[in-house]
Design a protein around this ligand. Structure first.
Ligand SMILES: [Zn+2]
Length: 318
């Protein structure tokens, strides 16, 4: 009898604790869709659309080169548990995502599976090469299906969000209306921020800059910049002295004062070019979480545009 009473008290306490936890979090962790993304940008947008119905894990960190990520066994474990896998596509992750997916043996998140999502679907691409992809790849080019850095245009971010909405609604049709509401809010916020960003950049439209890697054509087009050269002779090919001489010449002829670079590249050749041209090397974020404070997709643009505006003002570019 005594044992039975204790048992029922424990049962009551158990239910009280779990109901309090459930009301605090809204949902039990087990109810949430587990989403593994290749980059933190995709995780950020998935969090916006999925809200409390999802939990996300990004494989590449924001300060890493998304073309080259070291595969770790812990990533395979995340993929084994995943309900959904989202990648940028266009071969951005070709060097590291396929072996991780193979290792995870989770058919739901393989291409064709209900939880597989390529975020590039329907995204208008820039710089799609006309040559044969295999030949281009053999030459060391890593942008063989078109430029894969499309998330650096906030308006293409809306297409990514729509694709993620589609994927979530497919997995949880019962929550479609909620995902739709989150998508509408995301779009509205992006429109508001976009108006602010365009206004900030307006005085500097047409400013010429040089970039280390060809990560920025979508950003360039959206904000009216002109990238007139790259420190890399081709995406993925290290700079040569001959190429750097050409870049220096271009910068001198066109009065270029800014070289933009991502945190994962060596600054040596950019610094050399900067020292010959009086330009400034500006480290920008190519992903969410690249630097402290860049906590979501909106902050990514706030950070980059803030840094850029400051550099333009300092260099007298306008
Ligand atoms: Zn690239």
């Amino acid at each position: 009898m005594r044992l039975k009473m204790n048992f029922s008290r424990i049962t009551v306490i158990f239910f009280l604790v779990t109901s309090v936890l459930a009301s605090l979090t809204g949902l039990k962790a087990g109810d949430r869709l587990r989403i593994v993304t290749t980059t933190p940008d995709l995780a950020s947008i998935a969090n916006e659309i999925g809200g409390e119905r999802v939990e996300t894990f990004a494989i590449a960190k924001g300060y890493q080169d998304p073309h080259f990520v070291d595969a770790k066994p812990s990533y395979i474990i995340e993929l084994q548990k995943a309900d959904m896998f989202i990648q940028m596509g266009l071969d951005l992750e070709i060097g590291w995502a396929p072996p991780l997916l193979d290792g995870a043996r989770n058919p739901d998140i393989l291409p064709g599976g209900k939880g597989y999502l390529d975020a590039s679907a329907g995204v208008p691409l820039l710089q799609v090469p006309t040559g044969d992809p295999a030949t281009l790849r053999a030459q060391g080019d890593i942008h063989i299906y078109g430029n894969p850095h499309y998330w650096l245009d906030p308006l293409r971010g809306k297409i990514i969000a729509r694709n993620i909405f589609g994927g979530l609604a497919r997995l949880q049709p019962e929550n479609r209306a909620e995902f739709q509401k989150n998508l509408d809010l995301f779009d509205q916020k992006l429109d508001q921020e976009m108006a602010k960003w365009e206004k900030q950049m307006q005085p500097y439209r047409g400013t010429k800059i040089v970039a280390f890697h060809n990560s920025w054509p979508y950003f360039e087009e959206r904000f009216g910049l002109q990238i007139v050269g790259f420190i890399e002779p081709k995406p993925g090919i290290p700079p040569t002295p001959k190429h750097l001489v050409e870049v220096i010449k271009t910068m001198q002829e066109q009065g270029v004062k800014i070289i933009i670079i991502s945190p994962y590249y060596s600054q040596k050749s950019s610094e050399l070019v900067a020292s010959k041209t009086g330009a400034k090397v500006l480290e920008l974020a190519t992903s969410v979480e690249a630097f402290p404070g860049i906590n979501d997709y909106f902050a990514l643009f706030d950070y980059n545009l803030g840094k850029m505006l400051q550099a333009f003002q300092e260099s007298g570019n306008n």
